[in-house]
Design a protein around this ligand. Sequence first.
Ligand code: ATP
Ligand code: MG
Length: 590
Amino acid sequence: MFVINKDSFLLNVMTTLYKEDIIMYMSKMFIPTLREAPNDADIASHKLMIRAGLVRNLVSGVYNYLPLGIRVIENIKAIIREELDNKDAQEILCSALQPKELWEESGRWSDYGKEMFRLKDRNEREFCLGPTHEEIFTNIVRKEITSYKQLPINLYQIQTKYRDERRPRFGLLRTREFVMKDAYSFDRDEAGLDKSYKDMYDAYSRIFDRCALEWKAVLADTGAIGGTGSHQFMALSDIGESDILYCTNCDYAADREKAEFMLDTADDAEAEKPFEKIHTPNFATIEEVGKFLNEPTNKIVKSVVVRVGDRIILALIRGDRELNIVKLCNALGTIEEYIQMASESDIEAIGSVPGYIGPIGLKNAEILVDSELTHLKNFYTGANEKDYHLKNVNYGRDFTGKVVDLASASEGDKCPVCGKPMKMERGIEVGQVFKLGTKYSKPMQCNYLDENGKSNPMLMGCYGIGVTRILSAIIEQHHDDNGIIWPMSVAPYKVIVVPVNVKNEEQLNAAKQIYETIKQNGIDAILDDRDERAGVKFKDADLIGIPLRITVGKKIGEGIVEFKKRNESKINEISTDSLLEQVNKAIALN
Ligand code: ATP
Ligand code: MG
């Protein structure tokens, strides 16, 4: 029998605090692990969160969270709460059900598009399931806060959001129902807003560090939320849906939707040549035309025709560039959902031919010109006539249009700040902060009275974190072939105690005692008391990713157990006397 040394910590704790807690015995717990991931699980984190029994899918983009999943989410929430509370933000909780009227006040009921889940009550009153809560928080504050003396204030909630995403996918990365932490700050002036924004930026930095994410903060477009400035926090990952451009020399970093680049001005010196029409039979793509003309694609202009309602728009960019949809939306003052590719008849209606579109001689079309083209000399465009292109076209001399930024930056483009080449990496957007200014406070009349009794609109900021998305992002960054490797800070349990043979009373009892002791010291632990082969239990422990494993086997008679960290392959034999110290040390190291 395993006899506990009288001086050992085990006995002390056991006699004072022992309490049977059946729930953390694995034989009784609801952890439905799977050997194989379902076919529709598309990325590592998605497969692992299903296999490890964290979540189950209900319908596309909607998940149910099981015990292990909930524990991780609660740990992430606790970190968020601590860091926000440290910055004097205060937690509230709002309803997901939001009345249309508030969204009409802000002007977003029609702007938000199909992503918004809309519904009616029994009296035909319209509601939405909140995709975000600017209107609701603004409404709360405008009713309750009237004086400069009550400002600044920063309110947040951790709550469920609904967005009818076009393509829900990647497990919890893009769902239609998800948990978000959203915060909203209200200040008297710009200086106050700057401080609130910086506080949140700093809190976010600490939150993502504590969640053990490798991340980068990047300049971001403000999108449908609106406002004057924004950063996104990106967890770096090849499966991320965002492209990040960052400078290799200075600290410029931006989402590709937003990223700018320094334009080449070398062509300015080139003289403008007379333009000519050339025959380009059956060569409709930029690459084909370039090959045929023996010219690089950066000498040919790409023409993209789109329709927004009744407007037909020709967007022009250099042939080797990609049209940036977000920049196009900003130039047109619309959202992506309202932009359609022009049909053949649209193209005919503006006096052109598909494949041979160009700006010269077009009728009834708005022309948007990427600013890069104003530096380019003697380029090619379509001639608006089948099988013909125009050579030596020059902006200003041959056509004009509204000059805007339309092209996406790419790897190797020059940093807009210092001119050194930029690199591109993929990221998962785990959070975003916005300076909203008066975008909501003005239309919704969220005002305060200053010292002189004058009414002013409050300056707002809003700050979101994708709580459930973080869970996926952490797994994406912390896993191996055997399963999840939870960082200590968010692990559902920090320690798993595995008796090798539960039929051996000595082993089982010792394992129970060790488990209880660890728990009584405030450390989350589970005991794998299942009557399974040790190999099976080790596999499950690895799959569910518990950071520390204590194996109680034959040597328990000598007071020896095995101690293994999930992120190391080494197994150490240690004495039960030093066990708690080792566990505490491993936890503190993380
Ligand atoms: P995305 O560009 O990925 O669609 P977003 O910019 O629309 O996200 P925000 O409005 O900034 O999202 O929401 C705040 C945070 O909520 C995001 O940074 C992200 O972490 C999370 N989030 C947004 N949409 C989803 C979703 N469909 N599923 C899970 N998390 C999401
Ligand atoms: Mg965002």
